[in-house]
Design a protein around this ligand. Structure first.
Ligand SMILES: Cc1cc2nc3c(=O)[nH]c(=O)nc-3n(C[C@H](O)[C@H](O)[C@H](O)COP(=O)(O)O)c2cc1C
Length: 210
């Protein structure tokens, strides 16, 4: 556990357990790519729990500007094909060598994939960035829910995935795909390695106004 976890003597007894759990979960959350997913499926029941948690994210004026579409059936093969074609057309042989073709082709094979769809509500008259901020909160809720269940996952916003969704999903005129949330059980237990964070001293400052 990170040494920066709050000294529990400084908080009320009743909050101890909850804070410890949430801090642990937040700091255990990480990106796990679909290459490392096993064939074990994430059940519908679990997916529904994850998406329900997404919908509990805060939204300004309660616009709830999202919907999620589970990509099933041929999407598991077609997204990989699309990615392969996309990168072959745009990247040099050096940037995208042959050794990566097969894994790209099979990238979506074992993943449960949720297209993240932003539904813009013009009548709400709030800035678009607030709506996207709300979706980001929803995605974080999904990411933390997956972490709690030891499901590997991440938010993929690469051009290939977004373009794929734009081509193959039925999006209304006020809708925009903001990427795909990949989920799956890692082949081995989740690796412990996490990306480092900059020190708090660089991220928390104080301004005292007299
Ligand atoms: C809005 C957003 C979009 C992201 N898009 C991608 C992506 O397209 N491809 C990718 O490899 N990772 C993507 N990520 C994952 C980040 O690279 C990752 O969260 C970051 O490196 C920190 O690593 P961690 O999640 O393990 O803490 C995205 C993350 C966020 C928040």
């Amino acid at each position: 556990m990170n040494s920066r976890l709050l000294n529990h003597k400084t908080i009320a007894e009743s909050a101890k357990g909850k804070l410890h759990l949430i801090s642990k979960l937040i700091r255990e959350r990480k990106t796990t790519y679909a290459f490392s997913f096993s064939s074990k499926k994430v059940t519908n029941e679990i997916i529904e729990e994850i998406v329900t948690n997404a919908t509990w994210a805060p939204t300004h004026k309660m616009t709830q500007p999202w919907r999620f579409e589970l990509l099933e059936g041929a999407h598991h093969t077609d997204l990989g094909k699309y990615m392969l074609d996309f990168y072959q057309k745009r990247l040099s042989k050096h940037q995208f060598p042959k050794s990566r073709h097969q894994e790209t082709l099979e990238y979506a094979k074992n993943a449960s994939m949720l297209a993240i769809i932003f539904q813009r509500n013009e009548r709400a008259s709030i800035p678009e960035w607030e709506e996207i901020a709300a979706i980001s909160c929803a995605v974080q809720n999904m990411w933390l829910s997956c972490t709690a269940m030891e499901i590997g996952c991440y938010w993929d916003t690469c051009e290939a995935s977004i373009q794929y969704c734009n081509e193959y999903l039925e999006l209304a005129s006020n809708e925009k795909c903001l990427g795909v949330f990949f989920m799956g059980y890692p082949k081995n237990n989740l690796e412990k390695r996490r990306r480092k964070r900059k020190p708090l001293s660089r991220k928390l400052t104080r301004d005292y106004k007299k």
